[in-house]
Design a protein around this ligand. Sequence first.
Ligand SMILES: [Zn+2]
Length: 172
Amino acid sequence: MRSAKPYTNATFTKRVDHAGGRHRPPRAPAEPAACVPGCGAVYVKRRWSQAPSARLLAGSAGTPLVVRLCPACRRRRTGVPHGYVHVEGGFFVTHRSDLEHLLHNEAARAREDNPLAQVMSWRHFKDGSLLIATSTEHLAQRLGHALEKAYDGAVQYGFSHENKMAHVWWKR
Ligand SMILES: [Zn+2]
């Protein structure tokens, strides 16, 4: 949805104090911005997006693009995942390429919806299992759901709301 209304910073002067959270800078981050040399997402209307419409909007803003890493790329560089997907079992070992293909596709779709949702690492273990680290809790859940939907299996979800962490165990 695009609004024809001109965007002004004044719209966003409202402050939200998250209990116990760190203080946010009083002003909204500069925009439009581009995540370079990261994923190339653009920041416009206070959202990071990979959508072509957002790029157009950023390009037509009449202001030069600010270059800064998006939170997902920053997070990836500092190496703090917010989700893990554990994949294991005999069926996984014998159908590995199909399942990994599904997971890659799902991750790519998730990243289209939300550029902050990214796979951070993809680790294979000697016992044949796979561990995927994700930048968001939601992406880990989404990958678990995708496996469950396509291949059934036994799935378990675990959350820690304190440190914003999701674990998904899928086995078949
Ligand atoms: Zn990025």
